[in-house]
Design a protein. Structure first.
Length: 312
């Protein structure tokens, strides 16, 4: 059985997202286990939105093979509950696969289930999570992580990516792809993919350079010198460089490299293009230049990221 663990003031999408994934997957693979929303006692449990879900008593449930712990506004009270932590430890000790969505990672960490393991959660919790749980090998820029039988995922919608990865692991990639297609998802994101969009990371993407940045992302294979960009917005090169850095928080060259890295990584992970072709279309010019940029940004060359993505 797949259990989705909730507590007062849980985030409803943390629960509804994975439930929908497993529900749809069952159309394509009869072996998908049954699901139940579970809590410490049988009762309706109110989410932070005000909508409630009826939960079964986790202690009276059939054997749990996978337990997914939701996050939400009530997580601090949940991870301070000795009964909750003891319950999770007991389920884990029974051999179940344990996972968390978003801030549900706090509950797993407080139970000691993440000690010495790689884990992630919503990027906004990074500093607090690291200070509370120094024994965790925290990875702040991952969609989800898997370390043995323990899985964690980033904010809210990343629970859907985590559940799809579980479906792929249990039922195969074809079932996961059919499920993602039925859910009208653009693609199934790998765990190593960044939580961030480079355009959104820039300090003021909606300011006077917003149109320029959007144009740049569509023309990454061009040379894109400072002079060309300045001319496009009708400014001198020196004035443009100063104004761009003041508004976006980075230099034009660094912003362009980040955009190129984002596009290149997506193609490395999800396309069948050769590394040389990706380097050309993303504007790096050659594969060696792109390799050096990948190592600076991601700590791995493109070939290693592609192997990891396909293995996962």
């Amino acid at each position: 059985m797949i259990g989705i663990f909730v507590f007062p003031d849980f985030q409803i999408l943390d629960v509804a997202g994975p439930i929908s994934v497993f529900e749809i997957a069952k159309r394509y693979a009869a072996k998908v286990p049954e699901m139940q929303v579970v809590a410490l006692a049988e009762q309706p449990v109110r989410s932070s939105s005000g909508a409630a879900m009826f939960a079964s008593d986790i202690h009276a449930c059939p054997p749990i093979s996978t337990l997914i712990v939701a996050g939400g506004e009530g997580v601090q009270q949940a991870f301070a509950s000795p009964e909750t932590l003891a319950c999770l430890r007991s389920v884990a000790a029974g051999g179940a696969r344990i996972a968390s969505v978003c801030s549900g990672a706090y509950i797993l960490a407080a139970a000691g289930l993440l000690d010495g393991r790689r884990a992630t959660t919503h990027w906004s919790h990074t500093r607090d999570f690291i200070s509370r749980f120094p024994k965790v090998k925290f990875e702040p820029d991952k969609i989800f992580t898997r370390d043995g039988r323990i899985w964690t995922s980033a904010g809210i919608s990343a629970g859907i990516d985590l559940a799809l990865a579980m479906v792929a692991d249990d039922q195969g990639d074809d079932v996961a792809r059919q499920t993602a297609r039925q859910l009208v998802l653009y693609q199934r994101r790998s765990g190593g993919q960044s939580q961030f969009s480079s355009l959104l990371e820039l300090k003021a993407p909606n300011g006077r350079f917003a149109a320029l940045l959007s144009w740049v992302r569509e023309h990454l294979d061009a040379s894109l010198t400072v002079e060309q960009l300045a001319d496009r917005v009708g400014m001198s090169s020196r004035h443009f460089a100063r104004a761009f850095a003041a508004e976006t928080g980075t230099t034009p060259s660094k912003a362009i490299e980040r955009l190129r890295l984002e596009v290149a990584r997506e193609r490395v992970e999800f396309s069948s293009e050769t590394i040389d072709v990706v380097a050309q279309t993303a504007g790096f010019g050659d594969a060696e230049r792109m390799r050096r940029a990948f190592i600076r940004a991601f700590g791995q060359p493109p070939q290693a990221i592609r192997r990891s993505s396909r293995a996962g």
